[in-house]
Design a protein around this ligand. Structure first.
Ligand SMILES: Nc1nc2c(ncn2[C@@H]2O[C@H](COP(=O)(O)OP(=O)(O)OP(=O)(O)O)[C@@H](O)[C@H]2O)c(=O)[nH]1
Ligand SMILES: [Mg+2]
Length: 457
């Protein structure tokens, strides 16, 4: 085998990175990924018998420095530029034995690769123009998806659906900037200086589009991070029974004795693909017992932390002042839904206030309750919708910043402030959008200036 110092020619042309792409631990198959100019050369030494061909899996033995076989692996080469990272990429699917996997990675490092940093493959994909920042960040969301619905939303962003919403807005903003820049730069050359009304007219759709995206975050936030739902009420109304029903499992202890639940219990369940963290809480009532009082305090804590609370009362028992008092206080603490449980028993509760009637025992009313919870958490939301919305809080922050800058620029245009000043606000808005999808270069703006205007010279 010829000696090779892979570092020598790697130096000038960017380094080659390697890492295990599957979770560490014993598994049927593990995939080691190598990306960079030396990927193919390293693989040729690691698995010399594998006949590397573009996008074709080749079978070959992984060998050590002495040529001893260590494993049989499937090796696939994805040549640049149409690979994930935009560089030459090799995927080595070896057996998932801990020493084998460690050997493959260490041998790749010996042969000139360096260990990839977290997210570096995707970072390279972004830097090489394979995906914009929105797409790259969505890759992480896709990997982190806890429900299929979250995965569907994330994969649409990976495919560029959200970028496609942002790009035309950015383009219109760049057009406005170009218009103003041309007005300023060529003012003495008889190019019409854009009228303020015209600027305002052009900015309006940009602002409306960004505002719509910011608005979508109401859904996006819930889709990505899920909801916290607390179940609270007086002792023995059936909170734990309802909790178990919503979870579809017998998680919390239920019993005819009041005071069964003494501490809050948390479990996560998916409602139509939205992760919901349910909290069952201790019955809220006045008590002299220190442990019970601590439980009641924790119930209030759960209500304060909840996005939505179900305030449960017992339909089979006469109205109690404590119920209405709790309802009044809970409504001030979080978004609350009033639920009447034990609908299967003869009704003895008389109340004028609207209640969602359910029976944790028979399951009656549970589907309607789920719908009401979804309606309260996501008003106007339709899961069948194409689901292209902002889910990332960083994106939301930048969109809000863009919106503010645009509002300032509109005020400036109305106030007939010199265009140089107005431009500062527009650049600020553009800069915020750049933070989402990636930078606009001076070239982009210059190209626009020279393509939109017939300068004639
Ligand atoms: N008939 C009927 N009984 C129910 C229903 N829900 C709960 N129960 C009964 O009511 C009693 C109390 O239920 P739990 O779920 O333990 O009530 P809880 O509100 O969690 O009570 P604490 O934890 O003590 O505050 C149990 O005997 C349940 O079987 C229902 O919908 N119908
Ligand atoms: Mg309970």
């Amino acid at each position: 085998m010829p000696p090779i110092d892979a570092n020598i020619d790697a130096a000038g042309s960017g380094d080659t990175i390697a890492a295990l792409s599957t979770p560490p631990g014993r598994s049927g198959i593990a995939v080691v990924r190598i990306s960079g100019p030396r990927a193919a050369a390293i693989t040729a030494l690691l698995a010399p018998a594998a006949r590397l061909a573009a996008r074709t899996a080749a079978l070959g033995k992984i060998v050590d420095a002495q040529g001893n076989a260590v494993d049989r692996a499937l090796v696939t080469l994805f040549p640049k530029p149409n690979s994930y990272t935009g560089e030459d990429v090799v995927e080595i699917a070896c057996h998932g034995s801990l020493p084998v996997v460690r050997f493959v990675v260490e041998r790749a490092l010996e042969l000139g690769a360096r260990l990839a940093e977290p997210g570096e493959f995707t970072r390279r994909a972004h830097l090489n123009g394979r995906m914009d920042l929105v797409q790259a960040e969505a890759v992480r969301d896709l990997i982190d998806a806890a429900t299929l619905y979250q995965a569907r939303v994330a994969v649409r962003q990976v495919d560029g659906a959200l970028s496609q919403e942002i790009r035309p807005l950015k383009k219109q903003l760049v057009d406005c900037i170009a218009l103003l820049e041309a007005g300023i730069d060529f003012a003495e050359d008889d190019v019409d200086v854009a009228a303020d009304a015209h600027i305002l007219e052009r900015l309006a759709p940009v602002r409306a589009g960004i505002a719509r995206l910011v608005d979508g975050f109401r859904f996006g936030k819930v889709v990505r991070s899920g909801l916290k739902l607390a179940i609270a009420g007086r002792p023995n109304v059936g909170k734990s029974s309802l909790f178990n029903r919503l979870l579809n499992k017998d998680r919390a202890i239920t019993a005819p004795t009041a005071g069964t639940t003494r501490d809050a219990i948390h479990e996560t369940v998916s409602f139509d693909g939205i992760p919901v963290e349910l909290a069952d809480t201790a019955g809220i009532h006045a008590t002299g017992d220190a442990i019970e009082a601590e439980g009641v305090e924790r119930s209030w804590q759960a209500l304060r932390e909840a996005d939505i609370a179900l305030i449960v009362c017992d339909l089979s028992a006469p109205a109690q002042r404590a119920d209405s008092e709790l309802w009044r206080r809970a409504k001030q603490t979080c978004a609350a839904l009033r639920v009447g449980n034990k609908a299967d028993l003869p009704a003895r509760l008389e109340t004028d206030e609207p209640l969602i009637r359910v029976s944790a025992k028979t399951g009656e009313g549970l589907a309607a309750l789920r719908l009401r919870i979804r309606g309260a958490a996501l008003p106007g939301f339709d899961a069948a919708d194409d689901g292209t919305f902002v889910t990332n809080i960083r994106h939301e922050g930048l969109l809000r910043a863009a919106l503010q800058a645009l509002a300032k620029s509109e005020a400036a245009a109305r106030g007939r402030v010199p265009h140089e000043m107005l431009l500062l606000d527009l650049y600020e808005a553009l800069h915020a959008l750049d933070g989402i999808t990636g930078a606009t270069t001076l070239d982009d703006i210059l190209n626009n200036i020279f393509s939109t205007f017939c300068i004639g010279k």
